[in-house]
Design a protein around this ligand. Structure first.
Ligand code: CAA
Length: 391
């Protein structure tokens, strides 16, 4: 007990990856005859990533994880937790493909987690528990998703694709996670995806109120667990299906606790997600990466992280940012990841969308991605991945 209380456990590194292509929402607005301000201001998004035909959650997750492994090696990694809403197989964990692509040692357990967009946070909590019990171990958490809705629906502009790899360790470089967490579950049909669909079904308005309910519920539970006062939290970062959703929820929380609302405090955490679009399980971690990369006043400060997965589960965690976290900023790398995407026309994006449904039919995929790994196709009903030679 004494050992666990004094042990600092948290997030040691974060890397992000996204799809090869990007659709600018200005282009979608022009096609649909919508005022672009509805997207930029009304929902708070500028663009979304679109995977190439030879990309999916495995290739994006492996690309993000490779960065983490390149920086820290594999020593002590005995667990890989892969969280996703858009899994590629009903049985095999996506992380097993990643394990193979990265050449991880055989002495590793791998499992996949699911609860809509919340799964990555559940994985981080499991990882914290493993490291608290075995501090010499490190856990590789991967959160990756392709957010797909039907075209010509209200949800179309809120699609996206991306991955985050998070290394959880003792004595972390970035954030020490505090023990108390606020959790909330309510059975609600705001967003779901039946097994025979490759696009999600969503009641957009209900998802906003369900998210707000989960945020307030998780806050109240955190308070009941002895969590910090609102004034002792320097920054909040939220799951961001679209950034306006986080703004709406945060406004409600400030009303709930009787504090002034300052929307500008949230802006830095939106920087990357406005470009990737919704990345489901990865969204909160991409928001956190933006905050750590771009906010100059975080050292030694407490931040709160709110995760939400439709259906619904919410969790509010807090952590203390390490005093020297700025030595580990990755802003240049993220700009490269986002800036190197290839812009699509609306027709090109829609053609990719139409071809993007999962299949078990044998198929070879064309070489398109510039990432380190690609989905080569389906052979004998099984998915095949391969490394791509890098320049
Ligand atoms: N200028 C500025 N603002 C404008 C505007 C203009 N010209 N035109 C409209 N707006 C504003 C509207 O006033 C509105 O703002 P408020 O919400 O503050 O009132 C906003 O733009 C959106 O307008 P609408 O409500 O008319 O838009 P819509 O009907 O097209 O739907 C949406 C918007 C509900 C967000 C829809 O895109 C949607 O359903 N998206 C998916 C919802 C979603 O992602 N839910 C999250 C689920 S959680 C998750 O991530 C899933 C998971 O767990 C895996």
């Amino acid at each position: 007990m004494t050992t666990q209380q004094s042990l600092s456990v948290g997030i040691h590194d974060i890397a992000i990856a996204t799809g090869h292509h990007v659709l600018e929402l200005d282009d979608l607005a022009e096609r649909l005859g919508v005022d672009p301000a509805k997207y930029h201001v009304g929902i708070g998004q500028d663009a979304f990533s679109v995977p190439a035909p030879d990309e999916d959650i495995v290739t994006m997750g492996a690309a993000a994880a490779k960065e983490v492994i390149d920086r820290h090696g594999v020593e002590g990694i005995r667990t890989v937790l892969f969280a996703t809403e858009s899994g590629v197989d009903q049985s095999k964990a996506a992380g097993v493909f990643v394990h193979g692509l990265l050449g991880l040692p055989k002495g590793v357990r791998v499992v996949e987690l699911k609860q809509a967009c919340y799964g990555g946070t559940a994985a981080v909590q499991l990882a914290l528990g493993i490291v608290a019990r075995a501090p010499h171990e490190r856990v590789l958490v991967i959160a990756a998703d392709v957010a797909r809705y039907d075209v010509d629906t209200a949800a179309e502009p809120t699609q996206g694709a991306g991955a985050a790899a998070i290394l959880v360790s003792a004595d972390p470089d970035l954030i020490e996670i505090e023990p108390a967490a606020g959790v909330f579950t309510a059975d609600v049909d705001d967003f779901w995806r039946p097994n025979d669909r490759s696009t999600a079904l969503v009641d957009g308005r209900l998802s906003v109120s369900a998210y707000v309910d989960a945020f307030i519920g998780a806050w109240d539970d955190l308070a009941a667990q002895g969590g910090p006062a609102f004034g002792d939290i320097a920054r909040f970062v939220h799951h961001q299906p679209f950034t306006k959703m986080a703004i709406k929820a945060h406004r409600k929380l400030t009303q709930h606790v009787g504090e002034p609302f300052d929307e500008s405090e949230l802006a830095i955490g939106f920087t990357y997600n406005k470009q990737t679009g919704n990345t489901y399980t990865a969204s909160i971690w991409i928001g956190l990466a933006a905050l750590l990369d771009l906010d100059d006043d975080l050292a030694g400060q407490r931040i709160a992280m709110f995760s939400y997965g439709s259906g619904s589960v919410g969790e509010l965690m807090t952590g203390i940012v390490r005093p020297d976290h700025q030595q580990h900023r990755r802003v240049g790398r993220v700009q490269e990841v986002l800036g190197s995407r290839v812009r699509l026309t609306v027709d090109e994006y829609r053609a990719l969308h139409a071809a993007g449904a999962a299949t078990s039919e044998d198929v070879e995929r064309p070489r398109v991605t510039a990432g380190p790994f690609r989905f080569a196709g389906v052979r004998g009903g099984a998915r095949h991945y391969e490394a791509v030679a890098q320049d």
